[in-house]
Write a protein that binds this ligand. Structure first.
Ligand code: NAP
Length: 284
């Protein structure tokens, strides 16, 4: 068997095209959506992520307002900036690129963002809304994974979804989103006893670990849908996911690649949340 590809890059491009029309409709009503992007320090990976997000904004017609702060910025100064952005009517979404330097408490920062501008979906109010099934902002990476599954026409009802990883930004919210679509969900992590025995039961397998090629062909049920969230470097320094894509492609029914899979979808969902933030305020 050769797995069908879930092409996140193409899907993200099509979402961006649809968003550009929604942005234009908002501009016609007198408001261009604005996303404030805050980067503290000079972490090289964060700089790449921020650059990609800003580029995607401009492709879609969203104004991005960049705030680059030195690594020694105090927590108080960052909180003051967030307070200003919360009050700024031209700013619809606020994104603070994580990780922040060690002397800043990321939870304090996330909690300071107005939940109605929390387009990353990390604020406890938005996580709470997700838990109880109320409207809010969904965290972008697991939201992108759901859109990728949806794009295949796959019905999750009654299917067994196994998520490898339980982080607050991917694994846990992914669990809730799959549950909301009537999948039966198992979450596994570094303390799970027999990882392969669990992953082999998955109709849908989401890998969100951060370990290059952890998921091999012997860990995947024939025909399963495999979504690879990981971003790693392999032994040759090339970008790769948590899944051994080449080997698993011979077993799985569907697979998402790295690069060109979940990464571009994460950005597309960030833009979606930013446009939603404006539409909720102006149109509903
Ligand atoms: P994280 O906070 O480090 O969480 C990793 C999770 O994997 C933890 O729950 C950990 O278990 C579990 N884990 C670690 N080793 C394991 C093992 N050998 N077997 C089973 N589980 C194991 O990472 P994250 O922020 O969720 O990110 C995960 C990966 O996705 C990273 O590669 C990251 O770069 C990538 N990512 C990609 C995007 C994107 O846009 N494509 C967005 C976000 C993250 P414990 O909880 O027990 O420690």
């Amino acid at each position: 068997m050769t797995a069908k590809l879930i092409n996140g890059k193409d899907l993200a491009a099509s979402i961006r095209r649809q968003l550009a029309q929604r942005v234009q409709a908002l501009v016609d009503r007198g408001h261009r959506p604005g996303l404030a992007v805050v980067l503290v320090g000079e972490d090289p990976a964060s700089q790449v992520y921020v650059r990609n997000k800003i580029k995607a904004c401009s492709d879609t017609g969203i104004t991005s307002i960049e705030h680059r702060l030195p690594a020694d910025t105090s927590q108080e100064a960052l909180l003051e900036l967030i307070a200003r952005l919360n009050d700024d009517e031209t700013v619809d979404g606020i994104l603070v690129q994580l990780p922040v330097p060690d002397h800043i408490n990321p939870e304090r920062i996330i909690e300071a963002i107005d939940p109605l501008k929390d387009v990353d979906g990390f604020h406890p109010n938005n996580i709470g809304n997700l838990v109880i099934g109320r409207e809010g902002f969904l965290p972008c990476t697991p939201y992108g994974v759901m859109k990728m599954i949806e794009s295949t026409g796959y019905d999750l009802t009654g299917k067994h979804a196994v998520i490898v990883g339980r982080s607050n930004i991917v694994g846990k919210p992914q669990t809730l989103m799959l549950l909301a679509k009537n999948a039966t969900v198992t979450v596994v992590h570094s303390r799970t006893r027999d990882l392969a025995a669990m992953t082999r039961q998955a109709d849908v397998l989401v890998a969100a670990v951060g370990k290059a090629k952890l998921i091999g062909a012997d860990m995947v049920k024939p025909g399963a849908m495999v979504l690879d969230v990981g971003i790693n470097r392999d032994e040759n320094g090339a970008l790769c996911g948590d899944v051994d894509t080449e080997a698993v492609s011979r077993v799985a029914g569907w697979i998402s690649p790295v690069p060109g899979g979940v990464g571009p979808m994460t950005i597309a969902m960030l833009l979606t949340n930013t446009v939603e933030a404006v539409e909720r305020r102006l149109l509903k």
